[in-house]
Design a binder for this molecule. Structure first.
Ligand code: FMN
Length: 191
C-alpha cells in the first residue's frame, strides 16, 4: 500500500469498441491496490497523423497537449495495447510520436507499466519490447516485472460482457499493480 494516493493514467492502444485490451484496461481500477487510482487517458483517436509541418505552423493540436498534461499530472502510466505486426499499433505510435515532441516531454522520469492481450499464444509480448525501446528513448522508467502478457485472450476475457473471466489473469494483474505502486513510490519523480 502506498503512503500517498497515486494517480495512474492508462492508455489503450486499440481504438476498437470491442477491444480485449480495453476490457483489461477497464478492469484495472477494481484490481488496483489501496491508494492507487487508475483512470483512462484523454483520447488519442483524434490525433492527426504526425507531421512536423503541423507542429511548425499551428503548433501542437489541443488533444496532444491534453494528453501531455494528463501524463505530466500522473504518478505513472499504464499501456494496455495489442500487438500489430509484432509492434506498436499505429494509433498508439502516432500518439507517442506527437507527445514526444512536446517541450518538457512528459514521459521523462515517468514510471510505466505494460500490459498486452492477444488471441495468439504469446499475448502480445513483442509489442511490449517495442514499447520498452521507445520508453528508453523518452527516458521513462519502465517496470521490469511482473510482466502481463494475456495469451489466448478469447478464453480469458469476455468481450461481450466486458469482463476478465479468468481468476489467474486477475490475480497476475493485481500482483503487477501492487509492484507498480511500490516502483512508483521508490523511483517516481512525483513521489
Ligand atoms: C493490423 C493487425 C496486426 C496484427 N498483428 C498481430 C501480431 O503481430 N501479434 C498478435 O499477437 N496479434 C496480432 N493481431 C491480432 C490482434 O492481437 C487482435 O486483433 C486483437 O484482438 C487486437 O486487440 P484488441 O482486441 O484490443 O483490439 C493483429 C491484428 C491486426 C488488426
Amino acid at each position: 500500500m502506498a503512503d500517498k494516493t497515486l494517480i495512474v493514467v492508462s492508455i489503450c492502444g486499440s481504438l476498437r469498441k470491442g477491444s480485449y485490451n480495453r476490457v483489461v484496461m477497464n478492469a484495472l481500477p477494481a484490481l488496483a491496490p489501496e491508494g492507487m487510482h487508475i483512470r483512462e487517458s484523454p483520447p488519442i483517436s483524434e490525433f492527426p497523423l504526425y507531421n512536423a509541418d503541423i507542429e511548425n505552423s499551428t503548433g501542437f493540436p489541443a488533444a496532444v497537449q491534453t494528453l501531455a498534461d494528463a501524463i505530466r499530472a500522473a504518478d505513472g502510466v499504464i499501456f494496455n495495447s495489442p500487438e500489430y505486426n509484432f509492434g506498436i499499433p499505429s494509433p498508439l505510435k502516432n500518439a507517442l510520436d506527437w507527445v514526444s515532441r512536446v517541450p518538457n516531454q512528459p514521459f521523462a522520469g515517468k514510471p510505466i507499466a505494460l500490459q498486452s492481450a492477444s488471441p495468439g499464444p504469446l499475448g502480445g509480448g513483442r509489442v511490449q519490447y517495442d514499447l520498452r525501446r521507445a520508453m528508453v528513448f523518452l527516458d521513462a522508467l519502465t517496470l521490469n516485472k511482473p510482466e502481463i502478457f494475456i495469451g489466448n485472450c478469447t478464453q480469458r476475457i469476455n468481450d461481450k460482457t466486458g469482463q476478465i473471466t479468468d481468476q489467474q489473469t486477475k490475480d497476475f494483474i493485481k500482483l503487477q499493480l501492487a509492484a507498480f505502486a511500490k516502483f512508483i513510490t521508490v523511483y517516481g519523480a512525483k513521489s
